[in-house]
Ligand binder design. Structure first.
Ligand code: ZN
Length: 372
């Protein structure tokens, strides 16, 4: 075979390269994703970052920050190792109500410290209204006036409050095979409130509304799709009524995915500025020490993790029908993708979170190559 001159080969190579580049236009960059709802300890941050890079999540909010002097400094220190990628919400000191009256003021003082240390918001778990007691042994109500200073101070400090109240409805219903969360309650029977001396789901939901109404200058993130994924029309009405209210989607794609896709798509479009992407991902140190919206009696497999992220993204982005939802233990039904328009997707996945966090999140290094 005759040898081709070197210059010819070089020129041919360049032509082929240019042609290849012209044939393949740059792939559209996937949307920036900020997961507004996750839980992990300071030792798990490396694992969290690996998951984020693999599944294309740019930034994440850790709602399990702890309180000043009890874990918050460590959580913020761990997050600081990955600037712009991990944000921390602090918690409240629920020992204060046990120590006597005036506890709301004392807890509010803790917010100032949390803010100064670098916390970006506050998370209140659903034990408020269901478990936390005061110095008289009384259950503290969601709209307990003693707590008013906490919510007011959060507003003054610009700290959004992510709050879990009641949800889900099924935990108030009898624990039998007819319960739609039976698979989950069978593994965690202690999660059921049926027949227990606690307020009803409706009472809790009404108290949450009174709380949101009382503090118009405070931003509320009502987690798990407004704490009422079973009733999207009620969530929509509250979003209309209270401009200081947002919701996240954490661990409730199975619930909201059951409603007609057309209705949910319209709801997302109507409230495009007020819905935050969240997963309720929990991450431990070991590879499969994960909570994918809920926990089962055995750890998840790699394919469970892949499915969790893929089906979550498919719900928002595709119009696929008969989709297996992200958290199989949360109900034996399929869901329908809502195929959000690009401008709505951009807000829900990222820009709403940036507004709430008060900053622009840079592109993460892993994003361009990550799966969407
Ligand atoms: Zn959570």
């Amino acid at each position: 075979m005759r040898r081709l001159p070197k210059g010819f080969l070089l020129a041919l190579g360049c032509i082929l390269l240019v042609a290849a580049c012209q044939r393949r236009p740059a792939a559209p960059r996937p949307n920036r994703k900020i997961d507004m709802h996750a839980h992990f300890g300071p030792d798990a941050v490396q694992h969290v970052i690996e998951l984020m890079d693999h599944y294309g999540v740019d930034a994440i909010v850790n709602l399990s920050g702890g309180i000043p002097g009890h874990g918050l400094e460590q959580q913020l220190g761990a997050a600081a190792r990955y600037p712009g990628r991990i944000f921390v919400f602090a918690n409240l000191d629920w020992r204060q109500p046990l120590m006597g009256p005036g506890y709301g003021e004392r807890m509010a003082a803790g917010l100032q410290r949390a803010r100064a240390l670098g916390a970006r918001g506050i998370k209140i778990p659903k034990a408020l209204g269901l478990g936390f007691t005061d110095y008289t042994g009384t259950l503290i109500k969601v709209d307990e006036p003693e707590l008013d200073p906490v919510f007011e101070r959060a507003g003054e400090l610009g700290l959004p409050i992510a709050i879990h109240v009641g949800d889900p409805v099924a935990f108030w219903q009898p624990l039998g095979p007819e319960n739609e969360r039976f698979d989950e309650l069978r593994v965690h029977p202690e999660w059921s409130f049926h027949g227990k001396p606690v307020p009803s789901w409706e009472e809790l939901f009404a108290a949450l509304e009174r709380r949101v109404a009382r503090h118009p200058r405070t931003t509320f993130i009502s987690v798990h799709f407004g704490n009422a994924p079973e009733y999207p029309e009620r969530v929509s009405a509250l979003l209309d009524r209270y401009s200081n209210l947002l919701v996240d989607t954490a661990a409730r794609v199975p619930e909201i995915g059951r409603h007609p896709a057309r209705d949910m798509r319209a709801l997302f479009q109507r409230h495009a500025d007020r819905i935050l992407f969240g997963t309720d991902l929990g991450v431990g140190v070991r590879q499969f020490d994960l909570m994918l919206g809920s926990t089962s009696d055995k750890p998840p497999t790699q394919s469970d993790v892949d499915h969790f992220f893929a089906s979550t993204f498919r719900y928002f982005e595709s119009g696929d029908r008969g989709l297996a939802h992200p958290t199989p233990i949360q109900g034996r039904w399929t869901i329908e993708g809502i195929s959000l328009p690009p401008e709505v997707l951009r807000k829900v996945y990222g820009t709403n979170a940036e507004r709430i966090l008060g900053m622009t999140i840079p592109d993460s290094p892993g994003r361009s190559s990550a799966s969407q």
